[in-house]
Design a protein around this ligand. Structure first.
Ligand SMILES: Nc1ncnc2c1ncn2[C@@H]1O[C@H](COP(=O)(O)OP(=O)(O)OP(=O)(O)O)[C@@H](O)[C@H]1O
Ligand SMILES: [Mg+2]
Length: 336
């Protein structure tokens, strides 16, 4: 069965048509549309109708390419209001029977429920996902308890929450595009599960998604996900610096920024209508302090979550394509 998945980003909305083939996922279509206006800020939807319009476009194109209609879409949420809470649970078991995947699911649900109960927030929050941090059977750490026999099995999970209105606005934008929410998860969870196979998670890796509105961090270590964090600074902040310095509107500054790596001289019209020539080299120097700030914040957060610099950082997302971004981050984390 084909599924539609949509990533509603601050700058771009990406639709993906995929299906399971055994335990592999085959992606048959990918279609990307950019928001014409800034309908989203820092990963949160500000203008529902404008976002719905883009979602309709993505849905329509994927449907006509795939030759199939979709009623629901799978989405991943992120954004600056993400909150995580640790939950735990233990189950007494009969030593004679094997632990089934159902038992483990049940245990994880109990732990998540415990996290929900512990959550402290002034706002109404939705639990949008969880990931198991580790399991023990009879007090011993184990990667996967399924199939083991024990008198007690225990799990620690990280449950993730978003304010209700963030989730609602996503659901409403989809609804206006005639879509229900199929599967809902969190960006860092989805990225980690897809990009880092279980065995690589043993390494101390960081996955960093630098988007337009937010930079999202997920850290793996000893086979588990040890932390997520989000910084509400990313590509938009760099674009805004160019806007500010040269009286360019946001879209023009975006175009200029994306040419920095390719062209030595870029021409653009400012908001007064004057055609100006920019030397990429100079612009790159100008945005350096902003890139420096963002990478500094990211590096600090990684080190505080992880305790020390990680073995490697996998960088995804468009925001990091600006010249010098990854180099600067590597420098701050003492990575080659
Ligand atoms: N070639 C490029 N050079 C520099 N920046 C680029 C380039 N291409 C894209 N970007 C920047 O990448 C950002 C968009 O990246 P992406 O599509 O990953 O974000 P998003 O998913 O829409 O946002 P978010 O994840 O924050 O919600 C924008 O800031 C854009 O200017
Ligand atoms: Mg994104």
């Amino acid at each position: 069965m084909k599924r539609l998945s949509i990533d509603i980003g601050t700058r771009t909305v990406v639709g993906i048509c995929s299906e399971f083939q055994g335990d592999r996922i085959k992606v048959s279509q990918v279609f990307t549309v950019e928001h014409a206006e800034r309908a989203m800020l820092d990963g949160a939807i500000h203008d529902i109708e404008k976002v719905a319009e883009v979602v309709r476009k993505v849905k329509g194109e994927i449907e006509s390419r795939a030759g199939e209609k979709f009623k629901s879409a799978d989405v991943a949420l992120a954004g600056r209001f993400l909150q995580t809470v640790i939950g735990e649970a233990a189950l007494r078991l009969d030593r004679l029977t094997e632990i089934t995947s159902q038992t483990v699911k049940h245990l994880e649900a109990m732990a998540t429920k415990e996290a929900v109960a512990k959550l402290q927030s002034e706002r109404e929050m939705y639990c949008v996902g969880y990931s198991p941090l580790f399991y023990t059977v009879d007090g011993e750490w184990i990667k996967n308890p399924v199939g083991h026999r024990a008198s007690e099995v225990y799990v620690k999970v990280m449950a993730t929450f978003l304010p209700r209105h963030i989730v609602d606005s996503m659901v409403l934008a989809l609804k206006r595009a005639d879509l229900h929410v199929g599967h809902l998860t969190l960006e860092p969870i989805a990225v980690l599960e897809l990009l880092v196979p279980q065995d690589l998670r043993l390494l101390n890796l960081v996955i960093l998604d630098v988007g337009a509105g937010t930079s999202d961090i997920a850290i793996s270590k000893d086979g588990m996900v040890i932390g997520y964090a989000m910084i509400p600074n990313a590509g938009d902040e760099i674009t805004e610096e160019i806007c500010k310095n040269h009286l360019l509107d946001f879209q023009t500054a975006e175009t200029v920024k994306r040419k920095l790596a390719q062209e030595a001289v870029i021409t653009a019209k400012d908001i007064l209508g004057f055609e100006t020539e920019f030397r990429s080299e100079e612009l790159i120097r100008e945005i350096e302090p902003v890139v420096d700030n963002i990478t500094e914040e990211i590096a600090e957060r990684i080190v505080s979550l992880n305790g020390r610099p990680p073995a490697a950082v996998l960088v995804v997302g468009g925001g990091a394509k600006v010249p010098g971004f990854t180099e600067r981050l590597a420098l701050k984390l003492d990575l080659p």
